[in-house]
Design a protein around this ligand. Structure first.
Ligand code: ATP
Ligand code: MG
Length: 563
């Protein structure tokens, strides 16, 4: 894998358990797995699990540790090949590699079946013919034990015959199921004879029409883990109550190893939803442009937005692994992204809200190549030449007709430095009938190229600019949070009711010539504005520049909220 994060300085409880098991000689090595169900695109919550599972394997690489990528594709109804491919792409992008260890849970259908037959033969499973409603009614609740089904004590042979007929397709969906025979009085409802096989007359993306019975998740998952010799099966907290069932299947089925399930808190982010069902709804109903819409928390969206994989890994490392569910402030993720991009991206100039400046004393036809550092704090990043002529664009905000005293940029009679070039002085401006400034007139102060400021001239600020002759137009997509509230899932009118109407603003900006030719995926800081990436799909170098705003330089939400 590329550039792994080092193991956290202080081991989290899972890494402690694993280190303890290794020290005690419980396993020769550590084998983890990341088991996505291919029913949607991966999101940043999955990134937490990927970084944990693959991260642990990388940390113990010396002892031969590894992490499997296993598609948990035992449910035929919602799964698609498109998702399988996107998941592989996302895991690789995050910087991890499963090597030889790519598995499909659907390859084990025969094994689950054998395990089910084994349970029947040992008197630990039976074919149930009561309806779902009847089963539910007899399950009891936390204060009342369940009631035995009349089919619970049918003969072993009857069970075997019926289960074989279920497989042969003799029954309709819902007519019967296979249940594990555990304990209808257990205080843990998951142990009250859970369903382990159901009939689904549905084609499967891997096995086609070979099967019409499919194992339930709780049954299949421990068997998958055991078959792959997983040592530590890491999952999120909602499975804590399922662990006794996980262990029961491991103890009662003919499995080749004994994995241990350990639960950790899932990642929840403010202003974000993470349920695949809801993400699918956003995509299908056209609230966003697709799974890779840069406003989504999907890894493909995040990548298109320009978040670096390393920043994500670092974020996952920072939030850590605990047993306590909570919500992480999305500002922390944005901080990591900003921090990372600040250190490594080149600087470029773009004017998002342009107004023209005409330099009246500029020699006619003259073009000056201005050397501008690519990263002011990092001389090793070098400098580029940016052409300057008599007409340039600057930000409207960098000019005020009647500037207050503390405004150090342009105003009538005021001076400002053009980034990397000369100091100019505003000599006047023109406006239209509505009072909007249309052109600013200025003169260049001779001998001020670079950094020198003549005595007696007050010039305290440098502003970015784009040459009007050589610069290009670009479509800029300003992305903001997709939801207006911290917890969209809790919104009274549902998460769709709190979609931020301003989550995408498209503007036409002026960009320096070099940017127009940038390759898709090129990331940089637009000086004084924020971090931007050339869109991976729509940006055409030299033809149609399209840039996405990855993140603003500062956290505008904190400001808005008055914090
Ligand atoms: P759904 O959204 O349908 O509940 P899921 O999020 O459980 O699905 P899976 O494909 O089953 O999706 O997840 C694969 C792995 O990623 C699981 O091991 C799961 O525990 C982990 N995972 C999913 N969401 C998060 C999250 N928010 N934080 C940490 N891990 C997660
Ligand atoms: Mg799941």
């Amino acid at each position: 894998m590329s550039d792994p994060e080092p193991a956290p300085a202080k081991l989290d409880f899972i890494r402690e358990i694993i280190a303890g098991d290794l020290a005690a000689g419980k396993h020769a090595t550590t084998i983890t797995r990341f088991p996505p169900e291919p029913n949607g695109y991966l999101h940043i919550g999955h990134a937490k699990s990927i970084c944990l599972n693959f991260g642990i394997a990388a940390e113990h690489a010396q002892s031969g540790a590894r992490c499997h990528l296993r598609f948990d594709d035992t449910n035929p109804e919602k799964e698609e090949v498109e998702y399988v491919e996107s998941i592989k792409t996302d895991v690789k992008w995050l910087g991890f590699d499963w090597g030889e260890h790519l598995y499909f849970a659907s390859d084990y259908f025969e094994f689950y079946y054998d395990c089910a037959v084994h349970l029947i033969k040992t008197g630990k499973a039976y074919v149930e013919q009561e309806s779902v409603e009847e089963m539910r009614a007899k399950r009891g609740n936390l204060t009342q034990p369940g009631i035995h089904s009349p089919y619970r004590e049918r003969s072993l042979q009857d069970n075997l015959d019926l289960f074989a007929r279920m497989r042969a397709g003799d029954f309709k969906e819902g007519e019967c199921v296979l249940r594990a025979k555990i304990d209808m009085a257990s205080p843990n409802l998951n142990l009250r004879d859970p369903v382990i096989y159901r009939i689904l007359h549905a084609g499967h993306h891997n096995t086609g029409d070979a099967w019409c019975i499919y194992p339930m998740y709780d049954f299949a998952h421990p068997l998958e883990d055991a078959l792959e010799h997983i040592t530590h099966s890491l999952c999120t907290l909602e499975f804590e109550n399922h662990r006794p069932l996980y262990d029961w299947f491991i103890d009662n089925c003919p499995v080749p190893s004994k994995p241990r399930q350990i639960e950790f808190a899932r990642l929840s982010l403010s202003y974000t939803i993470m349920s695949k069902r809801k993400l699918l709804q956003l995509v299908q109903e056209g609230h966003v442009s697709g799974w890779d819409d840069p406003r989504l928390p999907t890894l493909s969206g995040i990548r298109r937005r320009g978040y670096p994989a390393a920043a994500l890994r670092h974020f996952c490392q920072r939030i850590g692994i605990t047993k306590f569910n909570g919500t992480t402030d999305v500002a922390l993720l944005e901080f990591e992204v900003r921090d990372f991009l600040n250190a490594c991206t080149p600087r470029r100039m773009a004017v998002l809200n342009p107004v023209k400046v005409v330099l009246d004393n500029w020699p006619a036809g003259s073009v000056v190549q201005v050397p501008i550092p690519n990263h002011p704090q990092n001389p090793a990043a070098g400098a580029r030449q940016v052409a300057l002529t008599a007409e340039i664009w600057i930000e409207r905000d960098d000019f005020m007709e009647v500037p207050p005293k503390k405004f150090h940029r342009l105003g009538p009679g005021r001076h400002v430095r053009l980034r990397g070039a000369q100091i100019i002085r505003c000599t006047g401006f023109e406006h239209d009938a509505a009072g909007n400034v249309t052109v600013i007139r200025a003169e260049v102060l001779p001998g001020t190229m670079g950094a020198s400021t003549p005595e007696g001239i007050e010039c305290r600020a440098a502003i970015h600019w784009v040459d009007a002759t050589h610069g290009a137009d670009a479509e800029i997509r300003i992305y903001d949070r997709l939801f207006t509230v911290e917890d969209p899932d809790a919104a009274e009118g549902g998460f769709l009711s709190v979609i931020n109407p301003d989550s995408l603003t498209i503007i036409t900006a002026k960009i320096e010539p070099l940017l127009a030719g940038a390759e898709p995926g090129f990331t940089c800081q637009f000086e004084r504005i924020g971090y931007f990436v050339a869109d991976s799909l729509d940006h055409q170098p030299g033809v149609k520049p399209v840039f996405n705003r990855t993140v603003a330089l500062r956290d505008s939400w904190t400001k808005k909220a008055g914090n």
